[in-house]
Design a protein around this ligand. Sequence first.
Ligand SMILES: Cc1cc2nc3c(=O)[nH]c(=O)nc-3n(C[C@H](O)[C@H](O)[C@H](O)COP(=O)(O)OP(=O)(O)OC[C@H]3O[C@@H](n4cnc5c(N)ncnc54)[C@H](O)[C@@H]3O)c2cc1C
Length: 277
Amino acid sequence: PAIEGLTPDLPLHTLWSQADAARLRAQACPGRHLVVVGGGILGLEAALRAREANLEVTIVERMSRLMPLQFGTDGSTVIQSTLESIGVQVLTDACLVAVGRHGEGVRLTLANREPLQADLMLLAIGAQPNLALARAAGIETDRGICVDGRLRTSAPLVLAAGDAAQMGTMPRCSVRSATIQGRLAGANAAAAAAGTPLQEHDNHEYPVFFKSRELELYAIGKTVSDMLTESRLDDGAQPGRYRAVVKQGAALVGVQMIGTREGFDGLASQLEILRDA
Ligand SMILES: Cc1cc2nc3c(=O)[nH]c(=O)nc-3n(C[C@H](O)[C@H](O)[C@H](O)COP(=O)(O)OP(=O)(O)OC[C@H]3O[C@@H](n4cnc5c(N)ncnc54)[C@H](O)[C@@H]3O)c2cc1C
């Protein structure tokens, strides 16, 4: 949803480049209150580093749980408890709708909640590819540039790869995926020019890994939903630790672990590839 009042005079940060990180770090003085908007991997990492620098930190997430794309409710609860144990305040079901100036800081208006005041705010709510060039060229776009299984766009001899390309319902935003797609797009462009067969993208799931002193996360594939069941592999007795698999019938379609990587790689290699196209 749109956020009202986003103007350059506010103490508002995004993380896109090293210079952005340096600007935020320069403002991150102990005792200041940072609100991180977005409870994905980028928001979590920023929150952890800000706590390390002795800032007061609040994460605002519009979904009902942290890392909603990678973890189900039980896993996210473990992540949230770990963050809260080091003093990070977590607000879920909290959708930022407007921002405005509050003294030297910022006032955040949240849907159905009390407003928040902060010295600094980091927006970590994802990025959209710039599709202007593709649209101007009449190439089919959705959230990204639509490509088929061979990375061909709707225009003859034009291929797309990486964060800008959308195969299925969502673009995939990872270095590994972009690198593999880039290689394939190059090979397929050469094959198309030579009139030889194009190769199919393997459509693998790629894991999300995160490891820091306070929190360790490993996730691949689908999360629990109405159609998919989740089974816990540990007894839940150790705080901050979580191991679970997600199945569709008998097929393994997701693996999620927190605080341990025990058995993750073996299970991930057995994952059934689910095509979302
Ligand atoms: C803060 C941050 C942290 C991240 N951390 C991770 C991580 O830990 N692990 C991970 O796997 N991924 C991470 N990512 C995601 C990762 O950076 C991207 O998935 C990856 O860079 C995508 O590669 P790409 O080549 O598709 O796009 P990009 O790296 O964005 O490269 C696209 C290039 O195209 C150029 N360009 C755009 N439009 C045009 C045009 N019209 N003409 C010519 N050039 C153009 C751009 O300037 C840019 O240089 C992170 C992203 C961010 C922002």
